[in-house]
Design a binder for this molecule. Structure first.
Ligand SMILES: [Zn+2]
Length: 112
């Protein structure tokens, strides 16, 4: 999952990657309720509560699904066979990436 937050001092959006698929997993991964990161742009170090981080849909997966959809459509046109299922798969991938990000954003951890 790619997570993002806005830097308090320069308002630039920062991104970072995690294996966690929800905030509970992220909390376990960090062993804390907050992240302590340096801004990629201004270098300002700040603490951010996990609940303030926003998940982004996996871009690589989304681009891949679009490319797959185009490739499959061309294949279908070239060979002339109906493959509705193969065609819906990339679209499913696209929505799945969005769904996982929104699921992450919906679940909050309990604030201590
Ligand atoms: Zn900054």
């Amino acid at each position: 999952m790619t997570l993002s937050y806005y830097c308090k001092s320069c308002a630039v959006k920062n991104f970072f990657k995690t294996k966690a698929t929800n905030r509970f997993e992220l909390q376990q991964e960090l062993g804390a309720d907050e992240i302590n990161r340096r801004c990629d742009y201004c270098g300002n170090i700040e603490k951010r509560h996990i609940n303030r981080l926003t998940a982004q849909p996996n871009k690589t997966l989304m681009i891949l699904s679009v490319v797959l959809a185009i490739l499959l459509t061309t294949t279908i046109f070239m060979f002339g066979f109906i493959a509705a299922l193969t065609f819906t798969f990339p679209i499913w991938l696209f929505f799945d990436a969005q769904k996982r990000a929104s699921l992450f954003n919906k679940t909050m951890i309990r604030r201590r």
